[in-house]
Design a protein around this ligand. Structure first.
Ligand code: CMC
Length: 426
Protein backbone atom coordinates (compact mmCIF):
# COMPACT_ATOMS: atom_id res chain seq x y z
CA UNK A 1 0.00 0.00 0.00
CA UNK A 2 1.42 3.40 -1.02
CA UNK A 3 1.48 5.86 1.87
CA UNK A 4 0.57 9.56 1.78
CA UNK A 5 0.26 11.92 4.71
CA UNK A 6 -2.71 13.75 6.23
CA UNK A 7 -2.48 16.47 8.87
CA UNK A 8 -4.87 16.79 11.76
CA UNK A 9 -4.82 20.19 13.39
CA UNK A 10 -6.14 20.48 16.96
CA UNK A 11 -5.71 23.60 19.13
CA UNK A 12 -2.72 24.69 17.10
CA UNK A 13 -1.02 21.29 17.27
CA UNK A 14 -0.52 19.45 13.98
CA UNK A 15 -0.49 15.67 13.97
CA UNK A 16 0.75 13.76 10.90
CA UNK A 17 -1.28 10.71 9.94
CA UNK A 18 -0.47 8.19 7.19
CA UNK A 19 -3.00 7.80 4.36
CA UNK A 20 -3.26 4.20 3.17
CA UNK A 21 -4.52 3.30 -0.31
CA UNK A 22 -6.24 -0.08 -0.57
CA UNK A 23 -6.57 -1.95 -3.88
CA UNK A 24 -10.24 -0.82 -4.10
CA UNK A 25 -12.40 1.58 -2.13
CA UNK A 26 -11.90 4.55 0.17
CA UNK A 27 -8.40 5.61 1.20
CA UNK A 28 -7.89 5.08 4.93
CA UNK A 29 -6.38 7.55 7.40
CA UNK A 30 -4.31 5.56 9.89
CA UNK A 31 -5.25 6.99 13.28
CA UNK A 32 -3.84 4.10 15.34
CA UNK A 33 -1.14 6.30 16.93
CA UNK A 34 -3.54 9.14 17.79
CA UNK A 35 -3.93 7.88 21.34
CA UNK A 36 -0.29 8.70 22.01
CA UNK A 37 -1.18 12.36 21.28
CA UNK A 38 -4.01 12.22 23.85
CA UNK A 39 -6.95 11.79 21.44
CA UNK A 40 -9.35 9.05 20.46
CA UNK A 41 -11.73 9.09 17.48
CA UNK A 42 -15.51 8.99 18.00
CA UNK A 43 -17.50 6.99 15.46
CA UNK A 44 -20.64 5.34 16.88
CA UNK A 45 -21.92 2.61 14.57
CA UNK A 46 -18.48 2.57 12.88
CA UNK A 47 -19.83 4.71 10.02
CA UNK A 48 -16.32 5.83 8.97
CA UNK A 49 -14.12 3.16 10.53
CA UNK A 50 -12.19 0.39 8.75
CA UNK A 51 -11.59 -2.14 11.51
CA UNK A 52 -9.13 -4.36 9.63
CA UNK A 53 -7.35 -5.13 6.38
CA UNK A 54 -9.01 -7.89 4.38
CA UNK A 55 -8.60 -9.39 0.91
CA UNK A 56 -11.78 -11.48 0.93
CA UNK A 57 -14.73 -9.30 -0.08
CA UNK A 58 -15.11 -5.86 -1.61
CA UNK A 59 -18.34 -3.85 -1.68
CA UNK A 60 -18.96 -0.57 -3.50
CA UNK A 61 -22.29 0.51 -2.04
CA UNK A 62 -22.79 3.44 -4.43
CA UNK A 63 -22.16 1.41 -7.55
CA UNK A 64 -23.89 -1.77 -6.30
CA UNK A 65 -20.71 -3.87 -6.64
CA UNK A 66 -19.92 -7.00 -4.62
CA UNK A 67 -16.71 -8.92 -5.34
CA UNK A 68 -15.43 -12.05 -3.60
CA UNK A 69 -11.64 -12.34 -4.07
CA UNK A 70 -12.19 -10.03 -7.07
CA UNK A 71 -14.96 -12.06 -8.75
CA UNK A 72 -18.32 -10.27 -9.25
CA UNK A 73 -21.25 -11.83 -7.39
CA UNK A 74 -23.27 -11.93 -10.64
CA UNK A 75 -20.66 -14.22 -12.28
CA UNK A 76 -20.32 -16.39 -9.21
CA UNK A 77 -24.07 -16.84 -8.85
CA UNK A 78 -24.58 -17.69 -12.53
CA UNK A 79 -21.51 -19.91 -13.07
CA UNK A 80 -20.35 -21.21 -9.71
CA UNK A 81 -22.00 -22.84 -6.71
CA UNK A 82 -21.94 -22.42 -2.95
CA UNK A 83 -19.25 -24.98 -2.18
CA UNK A 84 -16.88 -23.64 -4.82
CA UNK A 85 -17.42 -20.16 -3.37
CA UNK A 86 -16.57 -21.42 0.13
CA UNK A 87 -13.27 -22.73 -1.27
CA UNK A 88 -12.62 -19.34 -2.89
CA UNK A 89 -13.37 -17.48 0.35
CA UNK A 90 -11.18 -19.77 2.43
CA UNK A 91 -8.20 -20.25 0.14
CA UNK A 92 -8.16 -17.11 -2.03
CA UNK A 93 -8.40 -18.61 -5.53
CA UNK A 94 -10.79 -20.74 -7.56
CA UNK A 95 -9.92 -24.44 -7.21
CA UNK A 96 -8.67 -26.65 -10.04
CA UNK A 97 -10.84 -29.73 -10.61
CA UNK A 98 -8.57 -31.93 -8.49
CA UNK A 99 -8.37 -29.35 -5.69
CA UNK A 100 -12.16 -29.06 -5.72
CA UNK A 101 -12.64 -32.84 -5.71
CA UNK A 102 -10.30 -33.18 -2.72
CA UNK A 103 -12.07 -30.33 -0.91
CA UNK A 104 -15.52 -31.84 -1.51
CA UNK A 105 -14.21 -35.17 -0.19
CA UNK A 106 -13.11 -33.45 3.04
CA UNK A 107 -16.53 -31.78 3.37
CA UNK A 108 -18.24 -35.15 2.82
CA UNK A 109 -16.10 -36.74 5.54
CA UNK A 110 -17.47 -34.17 8.02
CA UNK A 111 -21.07 -34.55 6.80
CA UNK A 112 -22.63 -36.75 9.49
CA UNK A 113 -25.28 -36.36 12.17
CA UNK A 114 -23.51 -35.98 15.50
CA UNK A 115 -25.50 -37.82 18.19
CA UNK A 116 -24.22 -35.43 20.87
CA UNK A 117 -25.77 -32.45 19.08
CA UNK A 118 -29.00 -34.40 18.59
CA UNK A 119 -29.08 -35.28 22.29
CA UNK A 120 -28.42 -31.67 23.29
CA UNK A 121 -31.22 -30.39 21.06
CA UNK A 122 -33.61 -32.93 22.58
CA UNK A 123 -33.17 -31.21 25.97
CA UNK A 124 -34.56 -27.91 24.63
CA UNK A 125 -38.30 -27.15 24.56
CA UNK A 126 -39.97 -27.91 21.23
CA UNK A 127 -41.03 -24.26 20.85
CA UNK A 128 -37.41 -22.99 21.17
CA UNK A 129 -36.45 -20.39 18.58
CA UNK A 130 -34.21 -22.15 16.01
CA UNK A 131 -31.66 -19.30 16.17
CA UNK A 132 -31.26 -20.00 19.89
CA UNK A 133 -30.83 -23.68 19.05
CA UNK A 134 -28.14 -22.79 16.48
CA UNK A 135 -26.25 -20.72 19.09
CA UNK A 136 -26.50 -23.68 21.46
CA UNK A 137 -25.39 -26.34 18.95
CA UNK A 138 -22.42 -24.37 17.68
CA UNK A 139 -21.57 -23.42 21.28
CA UNK A 140 -21.64 -27.15 22.06
CA UNK A 141 -19.25 -27.79 19.16
CA UNK A 142 -16.79 -25.43 20.88
CA UNK A 143 -16.95 -27.69 23.95
CA UNK A 144 -16.82 -31.00 22.05
CA UNK A 145 -13.99 -30.09 19.67
CA UNK A 146 -11.98 -27.73 21.88
CA UNK A 147 -9.12 -30.11 22.62
CA UNK A 148 -8.56 -31.05 18.99
CA UNK A 149 -8.52 -27.40 17.82
CA UNK A 150 -5.19 -25.60 17.55
CA UNK A 151 -5.67 -22.09 16.18
CA UNK A 152 -1.91 -21.69 15.69
CA UNK A 153 -1.84 -24.60 13.23
CA UNK A 154 -2.93 -23.90 9.62
CA UNK A 155 -4.19 -27.45 9.02
CA UNK A 156 -6.27 -27.35 12.20
CA UNK A 157 -7.77 -24.00 11.17
CA UNK A 158 -8.77 -25.46 7.79
CA UNK A 159 -10.28 -28.47 9.53
CA UNK A 160 -12.43 -26.19 11.72
CA UNK A 161 -13.66 -24.38 8.60
CA UNK A 162 -14.49 -27.63 6.80
CA UNK A 163 -16.29 -29.09 9.80
CA UNK A 164 -18.39 -25.95 10.27
CA UNK A 165 -19.36 -25.71 6.60
CA UNK A 166 -20.33 -29.41 6.59
CA UNK A 167 -22.16 -29.35 9.91
CA UNK A 168 -24.15 -26.13 9.65
CA UNK A 169 -26.97 -27.42 7.38
CA UNK A 170 -27.20 -30.48 9.61
CA UNK A 171 -27.53 -28.30 12.73
CA UNK A 172 -30.25 -26.30 10.94
CA UNK A 173 -32.14 -29.50 10.08
CA UNK A 174 -31.74 -30.78 13.66
CA UNK A 175 -33.26 -27.51 14.90
CA UNK A 176 -36.15 -27.67 12.44
CA UNK A 177 -37.04 -31.33 12.88
CA UNK A 178 -36.93 -30.88 16.64
CA UNK A 179 -39.43 -28.00 16.35
CA UNK A 180 -41.90 -30.15 14.38
CA UNK A 181 -41.25 -33.30 16.43
CA UNK A 182 -39.80 -35.31 13.54
CA UNK A 183 -36.83 -37.66 13.95
CA UNK A 184 -33.61 -36.67 12.15
CA UNK A 185 -32.76 -38.44 8.88
CA UNK A 186 -29.25 -39.85 8.36
CA UNK A 187 -26.93 -37.58 6.37
CA UNK A 188 -26.42 -38.27 2.65
CA UNK A 189 -23.01 -36.68 1.97
CA UNK A 190 -23.16 -37.66 -1.73
CA UNK A 191 -25.91 -35.07 -2.40
CA UNK A 192 -25.11 -31.53 -3.53
CA UNK A 193 -25.05 -28.94 -0.71
CA UNK A 194 -28.42 -27.19 -1.29
CA UNK A 195 -30.10 -30.47 -2.25
CA UNK A 196 -28.79 -32.17 0.88
CA UNK A 197 -30.06 -29.36 3.06
CA UNK A 198 -33.60 -29.55 1.63
CA UNK A 199 -33.50 -33.34 1.92
CA UNK A 200 -32.54 -33.22 5.60
CA UNK A 201 -35.19 -30.59 6.26
CA UNK A 202 -38.23 -31.88 4.45
CA UNK A 203 -37.84 -35.48 3.23
CA UNK A 204 -40.03 -38.07 4.93
CA UNK A 205 -37.86 -40.98 3.76
CA UNK A 206 -34.18 -41.45 3.05
CA UNK A 207 -34.76 -42.02 -0.67
CA UNK A 208 -37.10 -39.05 -1.26
CA UNK A 209 -35.93 -36.79 -4.08
CA UNK A 210 -35.58 -33.01 -3.96
CA UNK A 211 -37.03 -30.72 -6.68
CA UNK A 212 -33.92 -29.59 -8.67
CA UNK A 213 -35.23 -26.01 -9.18
CA UNK A 214 -35.62 -25.64 -5.42
CA UNK A 215 -32.22 -27.26 -4.78
CA UNK A 216 -30.61 -24.74 -7.15
CA UNK A 217 -32.48 -21.85 -5.50
CA UNK A 218 -31.33 -23.04 -2.07
CA UNK A 219 -27.71 -23.23 -3.22
CA UNK A 220 -28.03 -19.71 -4.63
CA UNK A 221 -29.46 -18.38 -1.36
CA UNK A 222 -26.46 -19.83 0.49
CA UNK A 223 -24.08 -18.41 -2.14
CA UNK A 224 -25.59 -14.92 -2.01
CA UNK A 225 -25.33 -14.83 1.78
CA UNK A 226 -21.81 -16.29 2.03
CA UNK A 227 -19.83 -13.16 2.90
CA UNK A 228 -20.38 -9.42 3.13
CA UNK A 229 -17.16 -8.02 4.61
CA UNK A 230 -17.21 -6.33 8.03
CA UNK A 231 -20.92 -6.33 8.90
CA UNK A 232 -22.12 -6.63 12.52
CA UNK A 233 -21.93 -10.43 12.79
CA UNK A 234 -18.60 -10.76 10.95
CA UNK A 235 -17.10 -8.01 13.10
CA UNK A 236 -18.39 -9.91 16.14
CA UNK A 237 -16.67 -13.11 14.97
CA UNK A 238 -13.43 -11.18 14.42
CA UNK A 239 -13.68 -9.43 17.77
CA UNK A 240 -14.27 -12.70 19.63
CA UNK A 241 -11.55 -14.39 17.55
CA UNK A 242 -9.08 -11.61 18.35
CA UNK A 243 -8.99 -12.81 21.97
CA UNK A 244 -7.75 -16.22 20.72
CA UNK A 245 -11.15 -17.64 21.64
CA UNK A 246 -12.25 -21.03 20.40
CA UNK A 247 -13.39 -20.56 16.74
CA UNK A 248 -16.67 -22.47 17.18
CA UNK A 249 -17.47 -20.17 20.13
CA UNK A 250 -16.56 -17.15 17.97
CA UNK A 251 -19.01 -18.37 15.30
CA UNK A 252 -21.69 -18.84 18.00
CA UNK A 253 -21.13 -15.15 18.88
CA UNK A 254 -21.62 -14.28 15.20
CA UNK A 255 -24.90 -16.22 15.15
CA UNK A 256 -26.12 -14.17 18.11
CA UNK A 257 -25.22 -10.92 16.34
CA UNK A 258 -26.94 -12.01 13.13
CA UNK A 259 -30.21 -12.81 14.90
CA UNK A 260 -31.41 -9.19 15.23
CA UNK A 261 -34.02 -7.82 12.79
CA UNK A 262 -31.70 -4.99 11.70
CA UNK A 263 -29.31 -7.66 10.37
CA UNK A 264 -30.04 -11.30 9.46
CA UNK A 265 -33.35 -11.37 11.29
CA UNK A 266 -34.76 -9.05 8.60
CA UNK A 267 -35.92 -11.92 6.36
CA UNK A 268 -38.06 -13.26 9.20
CA UNK A 269 -39.19 -9.71 10.02
CA UNK A 270 -40.34 -9.21 6.39
CA UNK A 271 -42.78 -12.11 6.67
CA UNK A 272 -43.91 -11.06 10.16
CA UNK A 273 -44.60 -7.59 8.77
CA UNK A 274 -46.59 -8.99 5.83
CA UNK A 275 -48.58 -11.19 8.22
CA UNK A 276 -49.40 -8.15 10.34
CA UNK A 277 -50.40 -6.20 7.23
CA UNK A 278 -52.84 -8.93 6.31
CA UNK A 279 -53.90 -7.64 2.89
CA UNK A 280 -52.84 -5.34 0.06
CA UNK A 281 -55.42 -2.79 1.28
CA UNK A 282 -53.18 -1.95 4.26
CA UNK A 283 -49.92 -1.41 2.34
CA UNK A 284 -50.40 2.37 2.11
CA UNK A 285 -50.98 2.51 5.88
CA UNK A 286 -47.73 0.65 6.58
CA UNK A 287 -45.79 2.72 4.07
CA UNK A 288 -47.19 5.83 5.80
CA UNK A 289 -46.00 4.55 9.19
CA UNK A 290 -42.53 3.85 7.76
CA UNK A 291 -42.34 7.43 6.44
CA UNK A 292 -43.50 9.00 9.71
CA UNK A 293 -40.41 10.28 11.55
CA UNK A 294 -42.33 10.04 14.86
CA UNK A 295 -43.00 6.34 14.33
CA UNK A 296 -40.07 3.91 14.85
CA UNK A 297 -41.60 1.45 12.37
CA UNK A 298 -39.47 0.64 9.31
CA UNK A 299 -40.29 -1.37 6.25
CA UNK A 300 -38.44 -4.61 6.82
CA UNK A 301 -36.39 -5.80 3.85
CA UNK A 302 -35.73 -2.24 2.63
CA UNK A 303 -32.51 -0.25 2.95
CA UNK A 304 -28.94 -1.19 3.66
CA UNK A 305 -26.09 0.43 5.56
CA UNK A 306 -23.67 0.11 2.64
CA UNK A 307 -25.75 -0.26 -0.55
CA UNK A 308 -27.17 3.16 -1.31
CA UNK A 309 -27.95 2.41 -4.94
CA UNK A 310 -29.09 -1.20 -5.19
CA UNK A 311 -28.06 -4.47 -3.61
CA UNK A 312 -26.55 -6.65 -6.38
CA UNK A 313 -27.51 -9.75 -4.42
CA UNK A 314 -31.12 -8.59 -4.40
CA UNK A 315 -31.08 -8.42 -8.22
CA UNK A 316 -29.95 -12.05 -8.50
CA UNK A 317 -32.36 -13.07 -5.74
CA UNK A 318 -35.24 -11.33 -7.51
CA UNK A 319 -34.58 -13.45 -10.61
CA UNK A 320 -34.37 -16.64 -8.51
CA UNK A 321 -37.58 -15.58 -6.82
CA UNK A 322 -39.36 -15.45 -10.21
CA UNK A 323 -38.00 -18.91 -11.11
CA UNK A 324 -39.16 -20.44 -7.83
CA UNK A 325 -42.61 -18.86 -7.87
CA UNK A 326 -43.04 -20.00 -11.45
CA UNK A 327 -41.90 -23.55 -10.68
CA UNK A 328 -44.22 -23.82 -7.69
CA UNK A 329 -47.15 -22.06 -9.40
CA UNK A 330 -47.81 -19.96 -6.30
CA UNK A 331 -48.04 -16.53 -7.95
CA UNK A 332 -51.55 -16.12 -6.48
CA UNK A 333 -50.48 -16.68 -2.88
CA UNK A 334 -51.89 -13.61 -1.05
CA UNK A 335 -48.73 -13.01 1.03
CA UNK A 336 -46.52 -13.17 -2.04
CA UNK A 337 -48.89 -10.84 -3.90
CA UNK A 338 -48.68 -8.41 -0.99
CA UNK A 339 -44.87 -8.53 -1.12
CA UNK A 340 -44.90 -7.75 -4.85
CA UNK A 341 -47.33 -4.86 -4.39
CA UNK A 342 -45.29 -3.44 -1.49
CA UNK A 343 -42.16 -3.59 -3.65
CA UNK A 344 -43.97 -1.72 -6.45
CA UNK A 345 -45.40 0.99 -4.18
CA UNK A 346 -42.20 1.62 -2.21
CA UNK A 347 -40.03 1.78 -5.34
CA UNK A 348 -42.27 4.55 -6.72
CA UNK A 349 -42.49 6.53 -3.47
CA UNK A 350 -40.41 9.72 -3.13
CA UNK A 351 -39.48 8.99 0.49
CA UNK A 352 -37.80 5.71 -0.49
CA UNK A 353 -36.40 7.03 -3.77
CA UNK A 354 -34.78 10.09 -2.11
CA UNK A 355 -33.22 8.01 0.69
CA UNK A 356 -32.19 5.38 -1.83
CA UNK A 357 -33.98 2.62 0.04
CA UNK A 358 -34.33 -0.44 -2.18
CA UNK A 359 -35.51 -3.95 -1.40
CA UNK A 360 -32.49 -5.78 0.01
CA UNK A 361 -31.47 -9.43 -0.32
CA UNK A 362 -33.61 -10.37 2.67
CA UNK A 363 -36.75 -9.08 1.05
CA UNK A 364 -36.51 -11.56 -1.83
CA UNK A 365 -34.96 -14.43 0.14
CA UNK A 366 -37.91 -14.10 2.56
CA UNK A 367 -40.36 -14.48 -0.34
CA UNK A 368 -38.49 -17.46 -1.83
CA UNK A 369 -38.21 -19.25 1.49
CA UNK A 370 -41.90 -18.70 2.18
CA UNK A 371 -42.75 -20.14 -1.26
CA UNK A 372 -40.53 -23.19 -0.64
CA UNK A 373 -42.51 -23.81 2.55
CA UNK A 374 -39.73 -22.91 4.96
CA UNK A 375 -41.13 -21.96 8.38
CA UNK A 376 -40.58 -18.25 8.97
CA UNK A 377 -38.57 -18.83 12.17
CA UNK A 378 -36.05 -20.79 10.09
CA UNK A 379 -35.26 -17.92 7.72
CA UNK A 380 -32.40 -16.46 9.72
CA UNK A 381 -31.00 -19.96 10.23
CA UNK A 382 -30.67 -20.20 6.44
CA UNK A 383 -28.71 -16.95 6.50
CA UNK A 384 -26.48 -18.41 9.25
CA UNK A 385 -25.88 -21.55 7.20
CA UNK A 386 -24.66 -19.58 4.20
CA UNK A 387 -22.78 -16.91 6.18
CA UNK A 388 -20.75 -19.41 8.21
CA UNK A 389 -18.29 -19.80 5.34
CA UNK A 390 -17.68 -16.04 5.28
CA UNK A 391 -17.33 -15.84 9.06
CA UNK A 392 -14.82 -18.65 9.21
CA UNK A 393 -12.86 -17.32 6.21
CA UNK A 394 -12.66 -13.93 7.96
CA UNK A 395 -11.63 -15.60 11.23
CA UNK A 396 -8.98 -17.62 9.37
CA UNK A 397 -7.65 -14.47 7.70
CA UNK A 398 -7.47 -12.74 11.10
CA UNK A 399 -5.61 -15.47 12.95
CA UNK A 400 -3.27 -16.39 10.09
CA UNK A 401 -1.34 -13.12 10.47
CA UNK A 402 -0.17 -11.25 13.58
CA UNK A 403 -3.16 -9.47 15.15
CA UNK A 404 -4.15 -7.40 18.14
CA UNK A 405 -7.05 -7.98 20.47
CA UNK A 406 -9.98 -5.81 19.34
CA UNK A 407 -10.47 -3.24 22.08
CA UNK A 408 -12.28 0.01 21.17
CA UNK A 409 -12.11 3.07 23.43
CA UNK A 410 -15.08 5.18 24.50
CA UNK A 411 -16.09 8.76 25.15
CA UNK A 412 -17.04 8.69 28.83
CA UNK A 413 -20.00 10.94 29.73
CA UNK A 414 -20.75 9.70 33.28
CA UNK A 415 -20.08 11.22 36.69
CA UNK A 416 -16.63 12.42 37.63
CA UNK A 417 -14.86 10.96 40.65
CA UNK A 418 -17.17 11.16 43.69
CA UNK A 419 -17.18 9.67 47.18
CA UNK A 420 -19.21 6.65 48.17
CA UNK A 421 -22.18 7.52 50.43
CA UNK A 422 -23.25 4.89 53.00
CA UNK A 423 -26.77 3.60 52.31
CA UNK A 424 -28.30 5.18 55.43
CA UNK A 425 -26.94 8.60 54.50
CA UNK A 426 -28.39 8.81 50.92
N1 CMC B 1 -38.01 1.93 6.24
C1 CMC B 1 -38.24 3.25 6.37
N2 CMC B 1 -37.27 4.18 6.49
C2 CMC B 1 -36.01 3.75 6.49
C3 CMC B 1 -35.68 2.39 6.36
C4 CMC B 1 -36.74 1.46 6.23
N3 CMC B 1 -36.49 0.16 6.09
N4 CMC B 1 -34.34 2.24 6.38
C5 CMC B 1 -33.83 3.47 6.53
N5 CMC B 1 -34.84 4.39 6.59
C6 CMC B 1 -34.70 5.85 6.66
C7 CMC B 1 -34.31 6.31 8.06
O1 CMC B 1 -35.45 6.54 8.85
C8 CMC B 1 -33.52 7.53 7.74
O2 CMC B 1 -34.44 8.56 7.41
P1 CMC B 1 -34.10 10.11 7.82
O3 CMC B 1 -32.88 10.45 7.01
O4 CMC B 1 -35.32 10.86 7.44
O5 CMC B 1 -33.84 10.11 9.31
C9 CMC B 1 -32.78 7.19 6.45
O6 CMC B 1 -33.62 6.21 5.80
C10 CMC B 1 -31.39 6.60 6.67
O7 CMC B 1 -31.49 5.52 7.58
P2 CMC B 1 -30.34 5.05 8.57
O8 CMC B 1 -30.96 4.50 9.80
O9 CMC B 1 -29.34 6.14 8.72
O10 CMC B 1 -29.66 3.91 7.75
P3 CMC B 1 -28.66 2.85 8.34
O11 CMC B 1 -27.61 2.67 7.30
O12 CMC B 1 -28.20 3.18 9.71
O13 CMC B 1 -29.58 1.54 8.46
C11 CMC B 1 -30.62 -0.53 8.00
C12 CMC B 1 -29.52 0.46 7.59
C13 CMC B 1 -30.48 -1.79 7.14
C14 CMC B 1 -30.42 -0.93 9.48
C15 CMC B 1 -32.01 0.13 7.79
O14 CMC B 1 -32.19 0.47 6.42
C16 CMC B 1 -33.16 -0.77 8.26
O15 CMC B 1 -33.48 -0.76 9.44
N6 CMC B 1 -33.77 -1.55 7.31
C17 CMC B 1 -34.81 -2.49 7.70
C18 CMC B 1 -34.20 -3.76 8.25
C19 CMC B 1 -33.55 -4.61 7.17
O16 CMC B 1 -34.14 -4.89 6.14
N7 CMC B 1 -32.31 -5.06 7.45
C20 CMC B 1 -31.58 -5.98 6.57
C21 CMC B 1 -30.35 -5.38 6.00
S1 CMC B 1 -29.72 -6.38 4.67
C22 CMC B 1 -29.21 -7.82 5.45
C23 CMC B 1 -27.91 -7.68 6.16
O17 CMC B 1 -26.88 -7.41 5.52
O18 CMC B 1 -27.90 -7.89 7.38
Amino acid sequence: MAERAAQLSVDGQTIDLAVLSPSEGYDAIDISALITEGYVTFDPGFMSTASCESSITYIDGDEGILLHRGYPIEQLSSSSNYLELTYLLLFGSLPTQSEFDAYKEKIRAETYVDDRLLALCATLPQHSHPMGIMCSLVGAMSAIFHHETDITDAASRDQVAIKLIAQMPICAAIAYRHSVGKPMLPAKPELAYGEHFLHLMFSEHEDDEVNPVLATAMDRIFLLHADHEQNASTSTVRLAGSTDANPYASIAAGIAALWGPSHGGANEAVLDMLAEMGSVDRIEEFVGKAKDSNDPFRLMGFGHRVYKNYDPRAKVMQQTCDEVLNELGVENDPVLQMARELERIALADDYFVQRRLYPNVDFYSGIILKAIGMPVELFTVIFVTGRTSGWIAQWKELVSEPYKIGRPRQMYTGSRNRDYVPIGAR
